[in-house]
Ligand binder design. Structure first.
Ligand code: IPE
Ligand code: IPE
Ligand code: MG
Length: 252
Protein backbone atom coordinates (compact mmCIF):
# COMPACT_ATOMS: atom_id res chain seq x y z
CA UNK A 1 0.00 0.00 0.00
CA UNK A 2 1.46 3.33 -1.03
CA UNK A 3 0.07 6.52 0.39
CA UNK A 4 3.07 8.68 -0.32
CA UNK A 5 1.15 11.04 -2.57
CA UNK A 6 -2.15 11.07 -0.68
CA UNK A 7 -3.47 14.37 0.56
CA UNK A 8 -6.76 15.25 2.17
CA UNK A 9 -7.76 17.50 -0.67
CA UNK A 10 -6.77 15.37 -3.65
CA UNK A 11 -10.05 13.63 -4.38
CA UNK A 12 -8.62 11.56 -7.22
CA UNK A 13 -6.51 9.52 -4.80
CA UNK A 14 -7.89 6.12 -3.84
CA UNK A 15 -8.97 5.94 -0.20
CA UNK A 16 -6.10 5.14 2.13
CA UNK A 17 -7.00 2.08 4.12
CA UNK A 18 -4.58 1.15 6.89
CA UNK A 19 -3.65 -2.52 6.77
CA UNK A 20 -3.59 -2.83 10.56
CA UNK A 21 -5.83 -0.87 12.91
CA UNK A 22 -5.48 -1.38 16.67
CA UNK A 23 -8.06 -0.06 19.12
CA UNK A 24 -7.89 0.70 22.82
CA UNK A 25 -11.58 0.26 23.62
CA UNK A 26 -11.88 2.66 26.54
CA UNK A 27 -14.70 4.45 28.35
CA UNK A 28 -17.24 1.71 29.07
CA UNK A 29 -17.42 2.63 32.75
CA UNK A 30 -17.83 6.36 32.12
CA UNK A 31 -20.45 5.68 29.44
CA UNK A 32 -22.47 3.75 32.03
CA UNK A 33 -21.91 6.25 34.86
CA UNK A 34 -23.16 9.11 32.67
CA UNK A 35 -26.44 7.19 32.33
CA UNK A 36 -26.74 6.07 35.93
CA UNK A 37 -26.10 2.48 34.90
CA UNK A 38 -23.75 -0.11 36.43
CA UNK A 39 -20.29 -0.43 34.85
CA UNK A 40 -21.21 -3.96 33.76
CA UNK A 41 -23.85 -2.48 31.44
CA UNK A 42 -21.16 -0.32 29.86
CA UNK A 43 -19.06 -3.41 29.21
CA UNK A 44 -22.06 -5.25 27.76
CA UNK A 45 -22.75 -2.36 25.40
CA UNK A 46 -19.04 -2.34 24.62
CA UNK A 47 -19.34 -5.85 23.20
CA UNK A 48 -22.15 -4.63 20.93
CA UNK A 49 -19.85 -1.87 19.68
CA UNK A 50 -17.17 -4.49 19.09
CA UNK A 51 -19.53 -6.54 16.91
CA UNK A 52 -20.36 -3.45 14.82
CA UNK A 53 -16.74 -2.47 14.44
CA UNK A 54 -15.54 -5.95 13.44
CA UNK A 55 -18.21 -6.02 10.72
CA UNK A 56 -17.26 -2.49 9.61
CA UNK A 57 -13.54 -3.32 9.53
CA UNK A 58 -14.27 -6.37 7.39
CA UNK A 59 -16.43 -4.27 5.02
CA UNK A 60 -13.81 -1.53 4.74
CA UNK A 61 -11.13 -4.09 3.84
CA UNK A 62 -8.88 -3.69 6.86
CA UNK A 63 -6.59 -6.73 7.05
CA UNK A 64 -5.78 -6.72 10.78
CA UNK A 65 -7.87 -5.37 13.64
CA UNK A 66 -6.29 -5.66 17.08
CA UNK A 67 -8.54 -4.93 20.05
CA UNK A 68 -7.37 -4.33 23.62
CA UNK A 69 -9.87 -6.34 25.68
CA UNK A 70 -8.19 -6.85 29.05
CA UNK A 71 -4.83 -5.49 30.17
CA UNK A 72 -2.30 -7.05 32.54
CA UNK A 73 -3.11 -4.16 34.88
CA UNK A 74 -6.89 -4.68 34.76
CA UNK A 75 -6.39 -7.39 37.44
CA UNK A 76 -6.27 -4.50 39.93
CA UNK A 77 -10.02 -3.90 39.40
CA UNK A 78 -12.66 -5.31 41.78
CA UNK A 79 -13.16 -9.09 41.48
CA UNK A 80 -16.76 -8.64 40.37
CA UNK A 81 -15.76 -6.42 37.44
CA UNK A 82 -13.04 -8.86 36.38
CA UNK A 83 -15.71 -11.57 36.48
CA UNK A 84 -17.98 -9.45 34.26
CA UNK A 85 -15.20 -8.90 31.71
CA UNK A 86 -14.24 -12.58 31.61
CA UNK A 87 -17.90 -13.56 31.32
CA UNK A 88 -18.31 -11.25 28.34
CA UNK A 89 -15.27 -12.74 26.59
CA UNK A 90 -16.65 -16.24 27.07
CA UNK A 91 -20.07 -15.18 25.81
CA UNK A 92 -18.55 -13.35 22.84
CA UNK A 93 -16.69 -16.48 21.76
CA UNK A 94 -19.67 -18.75 22.40
CA UNK A 95 -22.19 -16.52 20.59
CA UNK A 96 -20.11 -14.93 17.86
CA UNK A 97 -17.51 -17.47 16.80
CA UNK A 98 -19.73 -19.16 14.23
CA UNK A 99 -20.73 -15.92 12.54
CA UNK A 100 -17.16 -14.61 12.59
CA UNK A 101 -16.11 -17.85 10.92
CA UNK A 102 -18.90 -17.51 8.33
CA UNK A 103 -17.67 -13.99 7.55
CA UNK A 104 -14.15 -15.28 6.89
CA UNK A 105 -12.64 -13.70 10.02
CA UNK A 106 -9.48 -15.29 11.39
CA UNK A 107 -9.24 -14.98 15.18
CA UNK A 108 -5.87 -14.61 16.89
CA UNK A 109 -5.21 -14.12 20.59
CA UNK A 110 -2.22 -12.36 22.17
CA UNK A 111 -1.38 -11.97 25.85
CA UNK A 112 -0.43 -14.24 28.72
CA UNK A 113 -2.30 -17.44 29.37
CA UNK A 114 -0.90 -18.43 32.76
CA UNK A 115 -3.55 -16.74 34.95
CA UNK A 116 -6.45 -17.81 32.72
CA UNK A 117 -8.67 -20.78 33.51
CA UNK A 118 -8.11 -23.95 31.50
CA UNK A 119 -11.54 -23.93 29.87
CA UNK A 120 -11.13 -20.33 28.75
CA UNK A 121 -7.75 -21.18 27.21
CA UNK A 122 -9.43 -24.09 25.43
CA UNK A 123 -12.08 -21.72 24.02
CA UNK A 124 -9.41 -19.33 22.78
CA UNK A 125 -7.50 -22.22 21.16
CA UNK A 126 -10.69 -23.49 19.56
CA UNK A 127 -11.46 -20.05 18.10
CA UNK A 128 -7.97 -19.83 16.62
CA UNK A 129 -8.05 -23.40 15.31
CA UNK A 130 -11.52 -23.14 13.73
CA UNK A 131 -10.68 -19.92 11.88
CA UNK A 132 -7.02 -20.49 11.03
CA UNK A 133 -7.54 -20.82 7.26
CA UNK A 134 -9.86 -17.82 6.93
CA UNK A 135 -8.55 -15.12 4.65
CA UNK A 136 -10.58 -11.99 5.39
CA UNK A 137 -10.15 -9.83 8.48
CA UNK A 138 -7.60 -10.97 11.07
CA UNK A 139 -9.15 -10.17 14.45
CA UNK A 140 -6.38 -10.05 17.03
CA UNK A 141 -7.75 -10.16 20.57
CA UNK A 142 -5.32 -8.77 23.15
CA UNK A 143 -6.52 -10.41 26.35
CA UNK A 144 -4.52 -10.39 29.57
CA UNK A 145 -2.03 -8.49 27.45
CA UNK A 146 0.68 -6.06 28.49
CA UNK A 147 3.43 -4.81 26.22
CA UNK A 148 6.12 -4.78 28.89
CA UNK A 149 5.30 -8.36 29.81
CA UNK A 150 5.40 -9.37 26.13
CA UNK A 151 8.86 -7.81 25.69
CA UNK A 152 10.13 -9.27 28.99
CA UNK A 153 8.93 -12.75 27.94
CA UNK A 154 10.77 -12.40 24.62
CA UNK A 155 13.94 -11.34 26.46
CA UNK A 156 13.61 -14.31 28.80
CA UNK A 157 13.28 -16.81 25.95
CA UNK A 158 16.29 -15.32 24.17
CA UNK A 159 18.35 -15.33 27.40
CA UNK A 160 17.49 -18.98 27.90
CA UNK A 161 18.78 -19.83 24.42
CA UNK A 162 22.01 -17.96 25.19
CA UNK A 163 22.39 -19.76 28.54
CA UNK A 164 21.87 -23.11 26.82
CA UNK A 165 24.58 -22.25 24.32
CA UNK A 166 22.12 -22.18 21.42
CA UNK A 167 22.47 -18.51 20.62
CA UNK A 168 25.22 -15.93 20.27
CA UNK A 169 24.12 -12.68 22.01
CA UNK A 170 25.41 -10.76 19.00
CA UNK A 171 22.54 -12.21 16.94
CA UNK A 172 19.94 -10.44 19.11
CA UNK A 173 18.87 -7.46 17.03
CA UNK A 174 15.55 -5.70 16.39
CA UNK A 175 14.30 -8.36 13.94
CA UNK A 176 15.23 -11.22 16.28
CA UNK A 177 13.51 -9.70 19.29
CA UNK A 178 10.47 -8.94 17.14
CA UNK A 179 10.25 -12.62 16.20
CA UNK A 180 9.93 -13.56 19.88
CA UNK A 181 6.90 -11.36 20.51
CA UNK A 182 3.38 -12.85 20.69
CA UNK A 183 2.40 -12.55 16.99
CA UNK A 184 5.58 -12.01 14.97
CA UNK A 185 3.89 -12.50 11.60
CA UNK A 186 1.45 -9.62 12.13
CA UNK A 187 2.64 -6.27 10.72
CA UNK A 188 2.93 -3.29 13.07
CA UNK A 189 -0.26 -1.27 13.47
CA UNK A 190 -0.54 1.61 11.02
CA UNK A 191 -3.21 3.29 13.11
CA UNK A 192 -3.94 3.06 16.83
CA UNK A 193 -7.28 4.48 17.97
CA UNK A 194 -8.14 5.15 21.60
CA UNK A 195 -11.66 6.09 22.56
CA UNK A 196 -12.87 8.03 25.63
CA UNK A 197 -10.52 10.99 25.22
CA UNK A 198 -7.62 9.49 27.21
CA UNK A 199 -4.31 10.05 25.46
CA UNK A 200 -1.97 7.24 26.47
CA UNK A 201 -1.03 3.72 25.40
CA UNK A 202 -1.59 2.03 28.79
CA UNK A 203 0.96 -0.71 28.01
CA UNK A 204 -0.54 -1.57 24.60
CA UNK A 205 1.72 -2.62 21.68
CA UNK A 206 4.55 -0.33 22.76
CA UNK A 207 7.17 -2.10 20.66
CA UNK A 208 4.89 -2.34 17.62
CA UNK A 209 3.64 1.27 17.94
CA UNK A 210 7.06 2.80 17.17
CA UNK A 211 5.72 4.42 13.99
CA UNK A 212 1.97 4.00 14.34
CA UNK A 213 -0.27 7.00 13.84
CA UNK A 214 -2.24 7.67 17.04
CA UNK A 215 -5.81 8.94 16.86
CA UNK A 216 -7.66 9.82 20.07
CA UNK A 217 -11.41 10.16 19.79
CA UNK A 218 -13.54 11.84 22.47
CA UNK A 219 -16.42 9.34 22.42
CA UNK A 220 -16.75 6.40 24.79
CA UNK A 221 -16.33 2.91 23.36
CA UNK A 222 -20.03 1.84 23.52
CA UNK A 223 -20.85 4.75 21.15
CA UNK A 224 -18.13 3.85 18.63
CA UNK A 225 -19.45 2.77 15.23
CA UNK A 226 -18.59 2.50 11.55
CA UNK A 227 -18.79 6.27 11.03
CA UNK A 228 -16.37 6.85 13.92
CA UNK A 229 -14.00 4.24 12.47
CA UNK A 230 -14.18 5.91 9.06
CA UNK A 231 -13.54 9.27 10.74
CA UNK A 232 -10.38 7.94 12.41
CA UNK A 233 -9.23 6.43 9.10
CA UNK A 234 -9.82 9.79 7.38
CA UNK A 235 -7.68 11.46 10.04
CA UNK A 236 -4.99 8.80 9.44
CA UNK A 237 -5.14 9.50 5.69
CA UNK A 238 -4.36 13.18 6.34
CA UNK A 239 -1.22 12.31 8.28
CA UNK A 240 2.17 12.19 6.63
CA UNK A 241 4.21 9.23 7.79
CA UNK A 242 7.93 9.82 7.57
CA UNK A 243 9.48 6.92 9.49
CA UNK A 244 12.41 9.16 10.38
CA UNK A 245 13.08 10.09 6.77
CA UNK A 246 12.08 13.15 4.80
CA UNK A 247 8.65 13.97 3.39
CA UNK A 248 7.97 12.00 0.21
CA UNK A 249 6.16 14.94 -1.38
CA UNK A 250 8.01 17.77 -3.08
CA UNK A 251 6.93 21.32 -3.74
CA UNK A 252 5.08 21.77 -0.42
C1 IPE B 1 -12.73 -0.16 28.82
O1 IPE B 1 -13.57 0.62 29.59
C2 IPE B 1 -12.85 -1.65 29.12
C3 IPE B 1 -11.66 -2.20 29.81
C4 IPE B 1 -10.63 -1.54 30.24
C5 IPE B 1 -11.66 -3.62 30.01
P1 IPE B 1 -13.22 1.00 31.09
O2 IPE B 1 -13.74 -0.06 32.00
O3 IPE B 1 -11.77 1.28 31.25
O4 IPE B 1 -14.06 2.32 31.26
P2 IPE B 1 -13.61 3.67 32.01
O5 IPE B 1 -12.27 4.05 31.45
O6 IPE B 1 -13.56 3.36 33.46
O7 IPE B 1 -14.67 4.64 31.63
C1 IPE C 1 -6.76 0.18 28.73
O1 IPE C 1 -7.76 0.86 29.38
C2 IPE C 1 -7.06 -1.30 28.70
C3 IPE C 1 -8.16 -1.72 27.85
C4 IPE C 1 -8.88 -0.95 27.08
C5 IPE C 1 -8.43 -3.14 27.88
P1 IPE C 1 -7.70 1.21 30.94
O2 IPE C 1 -8.95 1.90 31.26
O3 IPE C 1 -7.38 -0.02 31.71
O4 IPE C 1 -6.43 2.18 31.00
P2 IPE C 1 -6.06 3.31 32.06
O5 IPE C 1 -6.03 2.66 33.42
O6 IPE C 1 -7.09 4.37 31.98
O7 IPE C 1 -4.71 3.81 31.61
MG1 MG D 1 -10.62 2.92 31.11
Amino acid sequence: MSKAAATATDRSDPPVIPAHVAIIMDGNGRWAAARGLPRAEGHRRGVEALRRVVRAANDIGIQYLTIFSFSSENWTRPKSEIGDLFGLLRRFIRNDLASLHRDGVRVRVIGERDRLERDLCAMLDEAQELTRDNTKLNLVVAFNYGSRQEIANAAQRLAREVAEGKRDPATIDIETLGRYLDAPDIPDPDLIIRTSGEQRLSNFLMWQAAYSELVFVPIHWPDFDKAALEGAIAEYARRERRFGGLAAKTGS
